[in-house]
Unconditional design. Structure first.
Length: 270
C-alpha cells in the first residue's frame, strides 16, 4: 500500500476516495505509510460490527470458492448462521458459470495503474458478469448513493478494461457488467446497477484526470481539507487536531481475508 513514489502506486477506490476526502489524508496513508489496524479507535459496538463483517466476508469467500463451508455451522454465531442462510438463498452456488470470490485485478494502462478488489465476481456462460459487494453495516445499501460512487466507477471500469481474460467470449462489454451491493441484514433489497459504453468513456476520462492530478502534486501540495466536518471521522484527527475521531469508516482493504497475493493479476496495455 505504501508507495515510494506515486508511479509505484496502484490506485484503489479507497485511495481515490481518501484523496477526494482530503489530500493530506491520502498523503499520510499512501505516501507516509501511517496506518492503524482496522478497528482502531472504534467503540465496542463498532468493533463487533467490523468483526461480524470480516467473518461474513470469510464465510462467503469459502462458500463460493468450494461450493460449501468446511467448518461446522454450529461454530457460527446465530447472526452469522442467519446471514449465511440468506446469502445461499440470494446467490446460491452452482456449477453453471464461474464464481471468483475475493478476486483482485490490477491494470496498468500507460502509467494509469488501478486495482479493484472484488468480494465476488459471478460470470455467466454467455459472458455477463455480476460484481457482488457485501455490506454488513447497519444501514440498507443506498443504490442512488452507490450509482455514482468511486467504488462503482472503479469496479466496473477495471473489469471492462482489463477483465477480458475471465470472459468466455473474450470481452466484457460495459453492457455485460452490473454491480449489486447486498447486505444480509436487508436480504430482499436488491437493485443491480448497470453500465454502458457512454458511462465507460465518461468514467475513463474521470479516472485518468483524477490520477493524473494526484501524480502531478509535490509532497507539500497534499494539503488538508478545508472542511473540518470530514476530520471528525478521520483516523488522523489525533495528529492534525489532537483529538480522537468520533467514528472511523473502515475500508474493506484494511480487513484481513488471507488473500492469495500470487493470484493477483496485472493486466498490461501496450
Ligand atoms: S484529520 Fe482532517 S485534515 Fe487531517 S488528514 Fe484527516 S481529514 Fe485531513
Amino acid at each position: 500500500m505504501l508507495a515510494k513514489n506515486l508511479d509505484d502506486l496502484y490506485f484503489s477506490q479507497s485511495a481515490l476516495i481518501s484523496y477526494q476526502t482530503c489530500p493530506l489524508k491520502f498523503r499520510r496513508r499512501y505516501l507516509d505509510g501511517l496506518f492503524w489496524p482496522a478497528d482502531w479507535g472504534g467503540d465496542k459496538n463498532q468493533k463487533e460490527v467490523i468483526e461480524q463483517g470480516r467473518l461474513f466476508h470469510l464465510l462467503a469467500q469459502r462458500y463460493y470458492f468450494l461450493g460449501e463451508v468446511p467448518q461446522s455451522k454450529e461454530l457460527l454465531s446465530q447472526q452469522l448462521a442467519f446471514w449465511f442462510e440468506e446469502l445461499k438463498k440470494f446467490r446460491p452456488y452452482h456449477d453453471n458459470g464461474k464464481f471468483l470470490p475475493e478476486h483482485e485485478i490490477r491494470m496498468n494502462d500507460n502509467g494509469i495503474k488501478l486495482v479493484a478488489k472484488y468480494d465476488l465476481l459471478y460470470i455467466t456462460s454467455d459472458g455477463r458478469v455480476v460484481i457482488y459487494d457485501w455490506k454488513t453495516n447497519n444501514s440498507r445499501p443506498l443504490t442512488n448513493y452507490y450509482r455514482n460512487h468511486l467504488q462503482t466507477i472503479t469496479y466496473r471500469y477495471v473489469l471492462a478494461k482489463a477483465g477480458r481474460v475471465y470472459s468466455p467470449t473474450g470481452i466484457f462489454r460495459p453492457e455485460d457488467i452490473s454491480v449489486i451491493y447486498w447486505n444480509p441484514r436487508y436480504p430482499n433489497y436488491v437493485e443491480p446497477i448497470g453500465y454502458s459504453q457512454k458511462q465507460f468513456v465518461k468514467d475513463e476520462l474521470f479516472l485518468i484526470k483524477l490520477i493524473s492530478e494526484i501524480k502531478s502534486l509535490d509532497y507539500d501540495q497534499f494539503i488538508a481539507t478545508g472542511d473540518q466536518k470530514r476530520c471528525i471521522y478521520c483516523e488522523y484527527r489525533p495528529i492534525c487536531h489532537g483529538k480522537r475521531a468520533i467514528h472511523v469508516e473502515i475500508e474493506e482493504e484494511d480487513m484481513d481475508f488471507d488473500l492469495d497475493w500470487e493470484s493477483i493479476e496485472e493486466i498490461q496495455f501496450s
